[in-house]
Design a protein around this ligand. Structure first.
Ligand SMILES: [Zn+2]
Length: 221
């Protein structure tokens, strides 16, 4: 009998402990591990574009080759909301006019990208956390690419897959899988490369056909 009581106390203690942990998970805000320097870059008016790092600047070019880190976050985190808005403002900025941007391009080495969704109505700019390409189609598509960090040039790549299976966390923190095709899939491939320190020009020595390719999009990302 005593043993039974002890067991039940033990298990109820375990149970209440588990409950506390769950409650904490919900109530405690997970703050992304931004450094003081990163916070200094991010904080500001949400309409204010970021300075875009360029390969023509020596310090910038080193940062652009770094690998970015995973983001742990709680949806609605105010600093992330500021970052999302300023990333979009950077793309819409008249001096950039891009179709996609990755966080390392503004000096934040985190796995965050912003992509203009040409495959959606009204072509919105959307932010994605921890994006990974799970599958690449064998079918490729030639595409003319530019990069906000590589001023003054555009090149045609033939290495981009026509379709990709994407895994990411959305702005609400929901884990998602999505198949993306066509030009929008190229933007995702370009931006996710940035998270690994890869620039589109790295593919040029492999094989570039600069001629005979017609494509409607000629914008920077
Ligand atoms: Zn780029």
């Amino acid at each position: 009998m005593y043993r039974l009581i002890i067991y039940s106390i033990f298990f109820s203690a375990l149970w209440s402990c588990k409950e506390t942990v769950n409650k904490e998970k919900i109530s405690v805000k997970v703050v992304p591990e931004f450094t003081a320097n990163q916070l200094e870059i991010i904080e500001g008016d949400t309409a204010l574009p970021f300075r875009v790092l360029k390969i023509t600047n020596r310090e910038d070019s080193l940062l652009l080759r770094e690998e970015s880190q995973r983001v742990s976050f709680a949806s609605g985190d105010s600093i992330l909301q500021v970052f999302e808005k300023r990333l979009i403002a950077t793309l819409k900025d008249s001096s950039s006019l891009g179709v996609g941007i990755a966080a390392p391009q503004v000096g934040i080495l985190k796995n965050i990208i912003c992509v203009q969704r040409f495959d959606k109505e009204e072509e919105p700019f959307e932010v994605y956390y921890n994006p990974i390409i799970k599958q690449y189609s064998k079918k490729t598509q030639p595409c003319r690419e530019g990069c906000l960090s590589i001023p003054g040039r555009m090149d045609t790549l033939t290495v981009r897959s026509y379709a990709i299976l994407l895994e990411y966390d959305d702005v609400l923190g929901k884990h998602q899988y999505e198949m993306v095709e066509d030009f929008t899939a190229v933007i995702f491939q370009h931006e996710i490369d940035h998270l690994k320190g890869i620039l589109y020009t790295d593919y040029l020595h492999e094989k570039a056909h600069a001629e005979g390719v017609k494509h409607g999009h000629h914008k920077n990302s």
